[in-house]
Write a protein that binds this ligand. Structure first.
Ligand code: FES
Ligand SMILES: [Fe+2]
Length: 443
């Protein structure tokens, strides 16, 4: 039984594809082979040899059948318990219904900071194309200043995407179609290879951006104002954290639904009360004690939630003290970048979550998770905490996928934190916020 739990533990903590596609099936098949060899083949061989001397009972005893069934069911259950990944979201066939659904939601792009890429994605002299916020961005790093520049990717000349096939020259990027060259710091066209002069109007939009803690973020504002707040870098304490996980996916949901979720504590005991460890989840469950920290006077762009989860057994309501750990979710702005922090007795595990709404034709949200752990946290503990965090997020997906948005929800007194969060969130919409394009003609 211990061996089975060890295998189950490996299965739930290791997220390497090779392990799941090759090593795990081999372990499973091998275990069955050893089990059957031990249970049937060897006894049968032994019985066959002895049959010449003494007749034996050929039917396997009932206990053997029960044990075999138990092991088979356990194995199948382990294989089924890998949590759904965000990309498991269904492909929508009824696209028009989805457009109608999107029309019920607030504007798709709340004003705020959004992560476009990781610093390592853009080396000096490299340009990448990023789709988000209803447009294409060209994100490149200059060869001279080695700084990141963010421009509208669609060339004002004839509309080619300068980030696809374009090349970085100095601190500018050259369009692949006719060679117009755009300065990274201003977006101004500085060279048209076949023209005597460059018109002043030849420019592409330059986006305000920041690079911090390995993140490249862009400021989006429907009114084209300067940033109303600064992005807060995650305090990674250089040299003390190591990276322990990464995942990315696209979900058919609105960013506000994710953001509101942390303030909606009343769903925790229904959707987030299960452990991710098979078998054990039948005997133990999680309880949440939550609080929020929001001060509109001193820090109107920051909302912090604390969760004090405890593990309980189904036999007693008392928490298992050793399992007590604090979790904290920190929003700055509308949720383009959110920090999930888990404080374990051995140190901190963190998931830096970023969300980028893709377009205004339907609900589509790109999500990226980067997980880190302090070096003092053992590898398997870090993996387990990240897995629990992923599971907590994934548990909500089926609701997000099918829900609509209630502009005037029927709140009861206990929903106060959600009401407070809606008030917080309002400030990220403005008169010119784009809406979902449900009423436009499709070409
Ligand atoms: S389309 Fe970019 S230079 Fe012509
Ligand atoms: Fe949730």
């Amino acid at each position: 039984m211990l061996a089975i739990y060890f295998l189950a533990f490996l299965h739930v903590t290791i997220e390497n594809e090779t392990f799941h596609n090759i090593v795990w099936p081999l372990i499973t098949i091998g275990s069955f082979a050893v089990f059957f060899l031990d249970m049937y083949i060897l006894p049968l061989a032994y019985q066959t040899i002895n049959a010449l001397m003494t007749p034996v009972e050929a039917t396997p005893p009932l206990i053997t059948i029960l044990l075999t069934s138990a092991v088979a069911i356990t194995m199948v259950r382990y294989l089924q318990t890998r949590p759904a990944q965000p990309e498991d979201a269904p492909v929508f066939e009824q696209i028009h219904d989805q457009k109608r659904r999107a029309a019920q939601f607030p504007p798709p792009f709340p004003n705020g900071w959004y992560k476009l890429a990781r610093s390592g994605d853009v080396k000096p002299g490299q340009v990448i194309s990023v789709n988000g916020l209803g447009r294409a961005f060209a994100v490149f790093r200059g060869q001279v200043d080695e700084e990141v520049h963010v421009l509208d990717a669609l060339c004002p000349h004839l509309g080619a995407n300068i980030a696809i096939g374009g090349v970085v020259e100095g601190d500018a990027v050259k369009c692949p179609f006719h060679g117009w060259k755009f300065d990274g710091k201003s977006g101004q066209c500085i060279d048209i290879p076949y023209a005597k002069s460059v018109p002043n109007l030849a420019r592409t939009k330059r986006w305000t951006h920041r690079e911090f803690a390995g993140v490249i973020a862009v400021w989006y504002d429907a009114e084209e104002r300067e940033p109303m707040y600064e992005p807060v870098p995650f305090p990674l304490k250089e040299g003390t954290f190591r990276r322990v996980g990464y995942r990315r996916g696209t979900l058919p949901m609105h960013i506000q639904d994710f953001a509101e979720n942390a303030s909606d504590w009343m769903h925790f005991s229904l959707l987030h009360d299960r452990l991710s460890i098979p078998i054990l989840d039948r005997f133990f469950y999680i309880k949440h004690r939550t609080e929020c920290n929001y001060n509109p006077e001193t820090n109107p762009y920051n909302f912090v939630f604390n969760d004090y989860p405890t593990i309980h057994s189904i036999f007693s309501d008392a928490p298992i003290q050793a399992a007590e750990a604090q979790a904290q979710v920190e929003f700055t702005g509308p949720g383009g970048l959110v920090y999930f922090r888990f404080f374990t007795p051995r140190g901190e595990v963190a998931v830096v979550k970023s969300f980028l709404p893709v377009g205004e034709k339907g609900l589509q949200l790109t999500m990226e998770d980067e997980a880190y752990a302090e070096k003092t946290v053992p590898w398997f503990v870090a993996k387990h905490v990240v897995r629990e965090a992923n599971k907590a997020f994934d548990d909500d997906i089926f609701v997000w996928r099918h829900k609509t948005y209630m502009h005037k929800p029927l709140f009861v007194k206990e929903d106060t934190s959600m009401k407070q969060f809606r008030d917080y969130y309002k400030k990220f919409y403005s008169p010119n916020s784009r809406t979902y394009a449900h009423d436009r003609l499709d070409w």
